[in-house]
Design a protein around this ligand. Structure first.
Ligand SMILES: NC(=O)c1ccc[n+]([C@@H]2O[C@H](COP(=O)([O-])OP(=O)(O)OC[C@H]3O[C@@H](n4cnc5c(N)ncnc54)[C@H](OP(=O)(O)O)[C@@H]3O)[C@@H](O)[C@H]2O)c1
Length: 394
């Protein structure tokens, strides 16, 4: 993996399109280990994590830490870029996913629009021969031309479009079923009942096993779940953005829906990779994110200092503290950190065995809450697509 400047076009298109985007029985099943640092093992740097207690996302059972596979084309045909400043190549990305499987990771997250198509193709190739050991999650709902992969802008969750997208996803993922299919963003033109009904049909056909929503409005969660039970909600959630704590997590708990935090490392910020004077190239999505703007960054650095302090205290890394803080909150939370780097993958996987005592967690929570974060979590046009309620079914 190299941290290198990358070709601007795919990411600029992405920015321009503005698309970057109950008391369940399993509640008691995890978080029971004594508090401690991440476990290592003699047979490899992250192998000790394999014994981590599995978690439930609705009916799905997964390893506590997943892998985000959001990759976009780079300057040359084999180049693979993340949304930020990291890049790798196609074969290394495939090897990274296979290493994750070997380490025990089971939840792999991608989307039609990541690339578009490219991330699903890489995930599909990497998981060939390993398909039965993993849970593949992907997303539909962005308006992508099914022939060319061109982003047409906006959203499209019309039932006939969803059905076409799923056919393409099954081909690219080299599988006969999608374990977890999310609507990427709520489509303000399509009642969620129509989306849920389409998913229900796809489930009846065996093409989709479970479904979820990403960044939905609160009533839309309830309406969707009433038509066909949701396995997971996927929203941004981390020490840097605690919005889901206001209402979404309690709805998930009430309805027995799992929760998958995206950008669990705050786009790298709470992994300790950003400093007060960091500046981002225009191809780096963070260049457009207000909380990383030059006037906001210095005010937000105390959160990184706090994570570093806890990392020293727990004999862990900042990324591990950030991930273990999320998994400590509820046993049905499964973060999906993104990485292009095998060492980072191994480090993140080890967070699966890291725990906090109740007293530690209370202390850390209070310290996080005392740090006000300056600047919005997303650019305005992307933020506008979150928390949207689907139109009523007439
Ligand atoms: N539903 C949605 O709308 C939505 C939106 C955004 C993302 N997602 C999903 O969420 C996944 C993760 O989100 P994300 O990639 O945006 O953010 P993230 O996981 O919070 O952060 C990724 C960044 O952290 C760095 N990193 C990872 N592990 C690290 C470690 N141990 N030490 C230091 N740096 C580390 C990565 O760089 P390296 O490559 O150098 O490790 C990368 O720059 C995506 O892959 C995607 O599947 C979903």
């Amino acid at each position: 993996m190299n941290h290198s400047p990358v070709g601007p076009n795919p990411r600029r298109q992405w920015l321009a399109a503005g698309v970057a985007l109950g008391a369940a029985p399993w509640l008691m099943s995890a978080c029971a280990a004594p508090t401690g640092a991440p476990r290592a093992a003699a047979d490899g740097p992250a192998a000790g994590a394999r014994s981590a207690t599995r978690r439930r996302l609705g009916p799905l059972e997964v390893f506590p830490i997943g892998l985000g596979c959001q990759w976009h084309p780079g300057r040359h045909p084999q180049a693979v870029n993340d949304l930020y400043a990291s890049s790798t190549d196609r074969q290394a990305a495939i090897a990274l996913i296979r290493r994750a499987v070997d380490l025990g990771v089971t939840l792999f997250d991608t989307a039609e629009v990541y690339g578009p198509f490219m991330s699903e193709q890489i995930v599909g190739e990497a998981l060939q021969g390993r398909r039965d050991r993993v849970v593949v999650s992907t997303k539909f709902g962005m308006n992508v031309d099914q022939q060319t992969g061109e982003r047409r802008g906006g959203l499209n969750s019309r039932p006939e479009h969803i059905r076409r997208v799923v056919e393409g996803q099954l081909r690219r993922l080299r599988t006969d079923r999608i374990d977890l299919l999310y609507q990427h963003r709520v489509d303000p033109q399509v009642p969620i009942e129509d989306v849920a009904g389409t998913i229900k049909d796809l489930v009846a056909q065996g093409k989709v096993l479970h479904w979820g929503l990403s960044e939905p409005g609160l009533q839309t969660i309830r309406r969707a779940h009433a038509v066909h039970p949701l396995a997971a909600i996927q929203n941004e959630y981390s020490m840097l953005w605690r919005g889901p704590e206001a209402q979404v997590l309690s709805i998930c708990e009430e309805l027995g829906i799992g929760f998958v935090p995206w950008s669990p490392l705050g786009m790298g910020f709470i992994a300790g990779t950003i400093s007060a004077d960091s500046r981002f190239g225009e191809q780096d999505f963070r260049a457009s994110v207000p909380r990383f703007a030059p006037d906001a960054l210095p005010s937000n650095m105390p959160l990184v200092d706090l994570v570093r302090t806890w990392a020293r205290r727990k004999n862990a890394t900042p990324a591990q503290v950030s991930l273990a803080w999320l998994t400590a909150r509820k046993p049905w939370i499964v973060p999906i950190p993104g990485t292009t780097n095998v060492a980072h993958l191994e480090e993140n996987v080890r967070a699966a065995t890291m725990t906090f005592s109740a007293a530690e967690l209370a202390e850390l929570d209070a310290a996080i809450a005392a740090i006000p974060i300056q600047g919005a979590r997303l650019p305005p046009q992307v933020l506008a697509g979150t928390g949207v309620e689907a139109p009523p079914k007439r």
